[in-house]
Ligand binder design. Structure first.
Ligand code: GLC
Length: 573
């Protein structure tokens, strides 16, 4: 392994004065403006509106339009660098959290801040992350590491509290780790792979510190973390949005890091779908749980990361090529997800009545899903109002399980249309007992049991029914729920969930997860003092208190990306 610090000079040959973010805020896209200037465009009149808008964007890119808006009616998408860089809810200088509203913070908030600060990990005197859990009762586990995904809520808490330095350090350190040579046995991993986790090794004899990272080569199942690179891009955008400091994302090494991640997931292959094909256990659910194929968690993070990258990439020679590929992929991905992953009452009924073995282009049941494969529970679970993105769609396979992270990220990234976002919240409200119960929030629903558990998990004793990744309840998910609630204008749902969490989290010492149908029991093998449980709570509290924080983790809908094919109307009512 080369030293992470040996790579300071990568990307030397990138031009310096390039302006960040040619496409500025994708959330502010108004493709209709393009249509006002048809003379600029060569539009196929038969194509749908969303196809047109993205075609036009490619045309605009091909013609080398500048980063800044001009007065000639070119789209706003090239304009507002300020929007991405406008600081969100910044309160620099505060180390001790205070309530914006003037009321004293909940006593738990102070405890949580203390716990979060205790979890800080330092490298050569600088804070570079937070440890997964302070509970080291089981030494051979890897909870003494800084996990990329676990650090995200910590990072958001620090950003919200006006302490961006640690986030910057983390982004730069993990970037260095990315440039390591990564090997499992004799096989070399892709250059862009980001680590799942890293730790600082202290050598007391030589009085030195080194970083050591895991890219999947030590992880259970030897799976690379597909989510890490996506979270890294999402965090870079959160940092930029929160601080107004565009210089970090503009660094040649950050631009290169982003492009390397994108190169991994935008590469051409044998795919027939725009979704990303993954191995089981490549994300938050990092053990075999039947999430191989096209898991919703990864698809939603992929979509979000692509949109963030679009905001952050420079329009230099290398960046421009990626921007074009991203735009095309986003277009196809949103269509695919909104059409085939979306499930509501009407869609369920349609699947129930599906014909099978349809061959031609006119097939309705495109993936040849057998109605007999519909699980019994789904008929009761599906409310009359509401819907969600299901867990996975691949040939002859629909995984109907509800996954929390993917659905919340779908709302935040606007992969879900506003109607679908509302429907997801409706479903959470009407299935409160199942999804929230006595501790927010189920990682997925329902649990798999007996024979199915044996086949799907390979008899995993950690993932027994209603435990851990198999229907366990994870307090960290509170921040995602809260952000989704704030975005959809339903803060009361988050408030209710936070109040439930507040009755137990401190008393139980911030467990990693809870078990049981209602999430009533502290998890079988849950760590205590789990940092992302602490940080998730803090972020949820701060976001409710000051909804302007939402901007860090949310991107508005591109109105032109609506699905052409609406197979269900229940969420449009
Ligand atoms: C478990 C979780 C994973 C998390 C890690 C550290 O392995 O499944 O999502 O990143 O613990 O907390």
């Amino acid at each position: 392994m080369s030293s992470p610090d040996a790579d300071d000079n990568q990307n030397k040959n990138m031009k310096n004065g390039d302006v960040l973010c040619p496409l500025a805020e994708f959330d502010e896209y108004d493709f209709s403006k393009l249509l006002e200037k048809p003379r600029l465009l060569n539009i196929d009149r038969q194509s749908s509106l969303d196809e047109r808008s993205l075609n036009e964007l490619s045309i605009a890119l091909n013609s080398g339009l500048s980063c800044r808006a001009t007065d000639n009616g070119l789209p706003r998408i090239y304009e507002p660098l300020e929007i991405i860089s406008s600081p969100v809810g910044r309160r620099s200088g505060f180390n001790t959290p205070r309530s914006h509203t003037g009321f004293d913070a909940h006593p738990m908030v102070c405890e949580a801040w203390d716990a979060l600060r205790r979890s800080l990990v330092y490298f050569r005197g600088q804070p570079v992350g937070t440890i997964a859990a302070l509970d080291n009762s089981e030494e051979n586990l890897n909870y003494d590491q800084v996990f990329v995904r676990d650090f995200v809520p910590s990072a958001l808490a620090f950003l919200m509290n006006g302490e961006p330095e640690i986030v910057k350090n983390f982004i730069l350190k993990t970037l260095r780790l990315q440039s390591w040579e990564k090997k499992i046995d004799r096989f070399q991993l892709g250059e862009g792979v980001m680590p799942a986790s890293f730790k600082v090794l202290h050598d007391p004899v030589r009085n030195s510190e080194t970083l050591i990272a895991d890219f999947g080569e030590s992880a259970i199942g030897r799976v690379a973390p597909v989510d890490s690179g996506f979270w890294w891009i999402i965090l870079l955008r959160a940092y930029t949005k929160s601080t107004g400091d565009t210089s970090l994302a503009e660094l040649p090494e950050c631009q290169k890091g982003m492009r390397l991640i994108l190169a991994l997931c935008l590469s051409e292959g044998f795919d027939t779908f725009p979704t990303l094909l993954c191995a089981d256990g490549c994300c938050m659910i990092d053990r075999r749980m039947g999430v191989y194929g096209y898991p919703i968690e990864i698809q939603a993070l992929f979509f979000m990361a692509l949109r963030c990258a679009l905001l952050l990439l420079k329009q230099d020679n290398e960046g421009k090529e990626f921007i074009e590929r991203i735009v095309k992929r986003l277009h196809a991905l949103s269509y695919h997800m909104r059409s085939y992953f979306w499930l509501d009452f009407k869609q369920l009924n349609d699947i129930y009545r599906f014909k099978t073995e349809e061959y031609s282009h006119t097939a309705v049941n495109k993936f040849n899903v057998m109605p007999d494969s519909l699980p019994e529970w789904i008929f009761d679970f599906m409310p009359a109002r509401g819907g969600y993105f299901i867990g996975n769609v691949s040939p002859a396979r629909m995984d109907f399980r509800w996954f929390c992270l993917g659905n919340c990220i779908a709302i935040l990234s606007s992969l879900a249309t506003p109607e679908q976002s509302t429907a997801i919240m409706d479903l959470i409200e009407s299935r409160w007992e199942e999804l929230v119960g006595e501790m927010p929030l189920k990682v997925c629903y329902p649990a798999i049991e007996t024979h199915e558990w044996r086949i799907v998990t390979g008899c995993d004793p950690k993932n027994t029914r209603w435990s851990y990744h198999n229907g366990g309840s994870w307090p960290v998910l509170l921040w995602l729920l809260t952000a989704a609630c704030v975005k959809t204008g339903r803060p009361q749902i988050a408030r209710r969930a936070i109040e439930i969490a507040e009755t137990r989290l401190v008393k139980d010492q911030w467990p990693e997860y809870y078990d049981g149908k209602l999430g009533r029991y502290i998890g079988k093998q849950a760590r205590k003092a789990q940092t992302w449980s602490v940080a998730g709570y803090l972020v949820a509290k701060m976001m409710l208190e000051d909804p302007s924080h939402l901007g860090m983790v949310s991107i508005e809908e591109d109105r032109q990306m609506k699905p052409i094919l609406r197979r269900s109307n229940s969420w449009t009512l």
